[in-house]
Design a protein around this ligand. Sequence first.
Ligand SMILES: O=C(O)c1ccc[n+]([C@@H]2O[C@H](COP(=O)([O-])O)[C@@H](O)[C@H]2O)c1
Ligand SMILES: Cc1cc2nc[nH]c2cc1C
Length: 339
Amino acid sequence: MPSFPVPAPDPAARATALDRLDGLVKPVGSLGRLEELAAWLSAAHGVVPPRPLDDVRVVVFAGDHGVSAQSAYPREITAAMVRVFLAGRSGVTVLAAQVGAKVRVADLAVDWDGFQVPDEVTAHKIRRGSGAIDVEDALAPGEAQAAFEAGRAIAAEEAGAHVLIPGDMGIGNTTVCAAVVAASLGLPSAEVVGTGTGVSGEALERKTAVVAAAVRRASGRVADPFERLTALGSACLAATAGFLVEAAMRRIPVVLDGIFSATAAVVAEEIAPGARQWWLAGHRSTEPAQAFAMKALGLTPILDLGLRLGEGSGAVQAIPTLRAARAIIADMGLLADLT
Ligand SMILES: O=C(O)c1ccc[n+]([C@@H]2O[C@H](COP(=O)([O-])O)[C@@H](O)[C@H]2O)c1
Ligand SMILES: Cc1cc2nc[nH]c2cc1C
């Protein structure tokens, strides 16, 4: 496997930040998680105070999945939502506007019969849809690597950002994520499968059986992360992993979102050990696989709002908290200056 060297955040900037935080006009530690985030940002930026987080960009990786029948919604929603993102009317676009973040949509594998979208949207397209992972591989040989490289290229195109957020749109993608998390972390399917867009009862049992069959079918091949993406993943998942690795290599802080980015992050950390030092968990989604993935990565979600939309919507909500963390270390007075 090729190696992807990831730099470490700056320990000296972190130590300086922690000293300064202790000296602010407040009882030591009283700003809790905000202090931890301020130190994290200082280490990521290598400077105290960290730079303002003005340029925040979301990239929504859009694609279809061969297991879309396990969703509560039809497959056609994926393509339809691409139009909604472009029209600025999606959940993430509306929420991103609240914090001044930009949203880009990248069609990696949407299965549609073409309507006019800007070339930028399809520039990194790998294929249409993916295999039904319970009975066949998700991707053809080489496609996981190609999608990973596409995700890296997209992160490179967005390298001017102060913070990057990976978003996702793909009917059926929670089934794929559950299988990849189960295979990656060695967990039973029944523990990782969640309700996704809202399946319950027999539909949830069918979804669990599909995940279990997929993991069984691929067993023996999942030790290698690219092989796991080929067997159980998707072009979007591989691209998101590449996006996360490239951001880490370029020292760009990333705020992870729900189950999709958390799953990609587990795989990306295996491909590029240490990359997780550049990521924060924006929020806790309702999907068990997301919780397992964040725990495995040692990340504690900033927010817990019961969101399960995906698209990057939860991560976007964490941006005001990060800006608050920067503000305390940049602007609060020092105990030493009290008169
Ligand atoms: O982010 C999450 O944790 C999350 C949880 C449930 C659903 N989603 C979104 O809903 C779609 C996948 O759900 P499903 O039921 O079609 O597998 C996909 O477009 C995701 O962005 C996202
Ligand atoms: C409408 C709709 C919007 C979404 N955004 C992310 N996943 C979604 C699933 C559905 C069904």
